[in-house]
Design a protein around this ligand. Structure first.
Ligand SMILES: *Cc1c(COP(=O)(O)O)cnc(C)c1O
Length: 402
């Protein structure tokens, strides 16, 4: 019998990281502000900004830290209300609580994207918006930006799972005022931990840099991209000198060296991830009980997992399907069914209130999540897809016989 692939293993870190890591080990030069210039964290920021086509990037300790600093950089008053999709990871509302703001949850539809009707209804109540492109599913950014621009509301993109995704040819993370990315191990670039924010707004980046822990005049080591004028950046730093708290959410040179070596891998990972996803999606859609929602037309995706809905299965049948898939070696997570799931909004008890979001709840009770890393071969993808199709057929046969 052919064993199913292990979808949890990471890819090896490219050998090209080794020389810089050896250097860091030999010199102990791990702090981003020790070297006079060209520290690995600085180079990462320059390369990442260039890759996305943003003016500025700031590398920090996590995407959650980037979201927190984004809210702080926007200078939102204590208690400001921040709209987020209810389908996201618990770290997103947590970053809002951390910034002394209040999350407002918006409904998501069966295609995992923001429900624009509920979005429009709640927009008048809020002071800022975080668009979490959960699992890399892009909500309608044309409609969202038009509504937020008309209301004068700043948009932060949580692009933790969207590196390499485009919308009308534009990189996700560069459409809102600020974009935040993650380097945690289950994302496209893996440093174990880490994050980065990008923006074209000089005042926002100056504030975020200082609050990330650029104490005294260490901000002088943050430059504009080569060829871009640094004068307005220096003026912005001078404006904010000594006026902001230092939250110390910096990234280390070791993490930056590990990430930099993976940047040339992005196009391959995006291409193979999309190939794997679309291959498995086509296979799953052949089953009468499995539905993979279509992407939106302006979207080019960069998936490293697949989400699909169970069509008309009861909760007992859903559990039987999860068991039958596990017996075939494939772990399926149904967001709303697996215990303590951090992506089910009713488990965010730290919010101190319940949210009545029937559409999102219904979606979370039937939406399945399976990892599908770019390194899988097409044959391995076929094994995963066939196991899922067989598992649901078995679960429904058993239900019919009972
Ligand atoms: C992983 C993830 C985060 C959190 O990223 P960290 O770097 O672990 O803080 C936030 N939002 C989404 C959509 C994620 O997938």
């Amino acid at each position: 019998m052919t064993l199913p692939p292990n979808v949890y293993d990471a890819e090896p870190i490219p050998e090209t990281a080794r020389a810089e890591i050896e250097h860091l080990l030999r010199t102990g030069d791990l702090f981003r502000y020790t070297a006079p210039e060209n520290a690995p964290v600085t180079l990462l920021e320059q390369e990442f900004a260039a890759f996305l086509g943003s003016r500025y990037a700031l590398a920090v300790s996590s995407c959650s830290a980037a979201l927190f600093l984004s809210l702080k950089a926007l200078d939102l008053p204590r208690g400001a209300r921040v709209l987020i999709p209810a389908f996201t990871f618990a770290a997103v509302p947590s970053s809002i609580v951390h910034a002394d703001c209040e999350p407002v949850l918006c409904e998501c539809g069966p295609d995992y994207r923001i429900d624009l009707e509920d979005f429009a209804a709640k927009l008048p109540e809020v002071d800022a918006v975080i668009i979490s492109h959960m699992r890399g599913h892009t909500s309608d950014m044309d409609a969202i930006m038009a509504a937020c621009d008309a209301a004068g509301l700043p948009v932060i993109e949580d692009a933790a799972h969207s590196l390499g995704t485009t919308w009308n040819g534009r990189n996700i993370g560069t459409i809102g005022r600020i974009g935040c990315f993650s380097f945690q191990s289950y994302k496209l670039l893996n440093a174990g931990e880490g994050g980065i924010l990008v923006t074209d707004d000089v005042d926002l980046v100056a504030r975020a840099v200082i609050m990330s822990g650029a104490y005294e005049q260490t901000w002088q080591k943050h430059k504009a991209r080569p060829g871009d004028n640094s004068a307005d950046l220096e003026q912005a730093f001078a404006r904010w000198q000594n006026r902001l708290p230092l939250y110390n959410l910096r990234l280390s040179n070791m993490a930056a060296a590990i990430i930099r070596a993976q940047i040339p891998e992005i196009p391959r990972r995006v291409r193979d991830g999309r190939r794997n996803h679309d291959r498995v999606a086509a296979h799953l859609n052949d089953s009468p009980w499995l539905e993979v929602p279509e992407k939106l037309a302006p979207e080019q995706r960069a998936p490293d997992s697949i989400q699909f809905n169970l069509a008309g299965l009861s909760e007992a049948e859903t559990r039987a399907f999860v068991e039958a898939a596990a017996a075939r070696g494939i772990k399926v997570q149904v967001f709303g069914l697996s215990r303590d799931n951090a992506r089910a909004f009713w488990n965010w008890q730290f919010l101190g209130r319940d949210w009545d979001l029937p559409r999102t709840r219904a979606m979370l009770m039937t939406a399945c999540d399976v990892r599908l890393p770019a390194r899988l071969t097409e044959a391995e993808c076929d094994l995963v897809a066939q196991a899922l199709v067989d598992a649901v057929a078995e679960a429904m046969d058993r239900a019919a016989a009972a």
